[in-house]
Write a protein that binds this ligand. Structure first.
Ligand SMILES: Nc1ncnc2c1ncn2[C@@H]1O[C@H](COP(=O)(O)OP(=O)(O)OP(=O)(O)O)[C@@H](O)[C@H]1O
Length: 453
């Protein structure tokens, strides 16, 4: 059948139908040729010279062969195998550089069931970047893309999400991406860091309190749950919520209702819940530290955020992104051997640790080229600190050591312990504040603030 022959042909009406989609869309033949594009596509990805019979993989990736022959997923051949629509996350060449695109491929059959064309819908994933863009989640490795695909899907839904992954792997950034990609993006994303909160603090932070509810409650205070109404509530370190508070959280999630501390009025809030933890919640359920019913409530859609070790391919991209983000305008680069040294390191603190290492390297380097020995020095700082803190944990005659080795009941509060820690570091590094800030992994400004408080 000559499908291109007349105005009445399926090709003619399909290319018009493309204009009905509210996102970029193209019409593709079974042999990968782009036959038509819609207005949204031309606006977002530019004009395609259709008379040159361009093929989709040439335009989107600059490949000479179909994506699956180049080691990527090809939605077109997936549809040919399954017979129904398929979705993949691709990194496409665009006028703005490389971007993540959520690709949906729909088969178009004739009346006899023969596959004629594909309609390809392309939705940009704005919260992520395969290039060095401020603020976005950065990555293009397979593990990262697999995670991003889940994030893109779930952000459009309403289900509660549980983000699992090691500390510093980017869970909080992913929570932001889920909120940004959701229909609630115009409302607030409200975060509660659950670690280290006492029962009463947890309750008043979450539910708010009325004036006079407890000593020091001089004013009425709106809680985070109420602030999150219409938006997203992000509970970071959910594994640290005390058992006594878990039941209140469960009730909140089940009914959306809560009572501010000291009030008898029941209030309601409609929020989407995202939780994160680096802890093994299943083990905590087994040992009775985490309620099973709460676990099932928060774990409707789990997303595993891979560690930096699992996405080694992203290291060069993350390094250039983080250097651009922390260097405030000055351009820094790593020598090849410096990069190799980082590639051999296993980053137990993940991207946060990488960021700290690069922060230190900028301070310790005199030019804009970061060399291997500077990176080695930065890695050694952590190693030394680790040994040093182990030493602090042993019984020791120094005042700092006695603080760390005291029985739990005698332990100082966090602020006092931090003061001792910084005093010790200042002494060790001869009051070189830049060095101390680098070792402690905080900004110079934070160090000044902490020393003055
Ligand atoms: N994909 C990414 N692209 C760019 N920066 C990232 C990415 N993932 C994480 N980061 C950066 O790494 C640091 C740690 O990320 P984040 O705080 O989200 O980790 P986390 O898993 O929530 O850690 P924790 O479990 O300790 O709370 C932040 O500075 C964040 O901006």
């Amino acid at each position: 059948m000559d499908v291109f022959a007349s105005d009445a042909s399926p090709f003619y009406s399909l290319s018009h139908m493309l204009e009905g989609y509210d996102c970029p869309a193209i019409l593709v033949s079974v042999d990968y040729q782009i036959l038509a594009t819609n207005e949204h596509y031309r606006k977002e990805f530019g004009e395609v010279e259709l008379t040159k019979k361009p093929r989709c993989f040439e335009v989107s990736h600059g490949y000479a062969v179909p994506c699956d022959e180049a080691g990527e997923d090809c939605p077109l051949s997936a549809v040919q195998q399954t017979g129904h629509k398929e979705r993949v996350l691709h990194i496409h060449q665009t006028p703005r550089g490389k971007e993540h695109v959520d690709v949906e491929m729909l088969p178009i059959h004739d009346q006899q069931g023969e596959l004629l064309f594909f309609v390809e819908l392309l939705r940009a994933v704005a919260v992520a970047s395969a290039e060095n863009i401020t603020g976005a989640l950065v990555g293009s490795s397979k593990k990262f893309n697999q995670m991003l695909e889940k994030v893109t899907r779930v952000s459009r839904a309403e289900a509660s999400v549980l983000l699992l992954g090691e500390s510093g792997s980017g869970k909080e950034l992913v929570a932001h991406a889920i909120h940004q990609g959701s229909q609630r993006a115009n409302h607030h994303l409200v975060t509660l860091e659950c670690a280290g909160l006492t029962d009463s603090l947890f309750e008043s932070e979450l539910f708010g309190h009325v004036k006079g509810a407890f000593t020091g409650a001089n004013n009425h205070r709106m809680g985070l749950v109420e602030q999150a109404n219409g938006g997203t509530l992000f509970l970071d370190e959910i594994g640290d919520v005390p058992l006594s508070m878990q039941v209140k959280l469960l009730r909140l999630i089940e009914t959306g209702s809560f009572r501010p501390v000291g009030s008898s009025t029941v209030k309601h809030s409609h929020f989407r819940l995202v939780c994160a933890t680096h802890k093994n919640l299943i083990n905590m359920v087994k040992t009775g530290e985490f309620r099973q019913d709460l676990y099932y409530r928060i774990n409707v859609f789990p997303v595993y955020v891979p560690s930096l070790r699992e996405r080694q391919d992203d290291l060069p991209l993350l390094i250039s992104t983080l250097l651009a983000r922390i260097s405030e305008g000055k351009e820094y680069h790593l020598t090849d051997s410096a990069l190799q040294t980082l590639k051999r390191y296993d980053f137990p603190g993940n991207i946060r640790e990488l960021r700290n290492i690069l922060n230190r390297a900028i301070i310790l380097t005199d030019t804009n080229l970061i060399e291997r020995r500077t990176i080695e020095e930065c890695l050694n700082i952590d190693h030394e600190l680790h040994q040093h803190s182990e030493h602090l944990l042993l019984p020791h005659p120094s005042p700092q050591a006695s603080i760390m080795s005291a029985t739990k009941a005698e332990w100082p509060d966090l602020k006092t312990a931090e003061k001792h820690y910084l005093a010790e570091l200042m002494a060790r590094h001869h009051h070189d504040k830049e060095k101390v800030a680098a070792v402690a992994g905080i900004s110079l400004r934070s160090l000044y603030r902490k020393l003055e408080s």
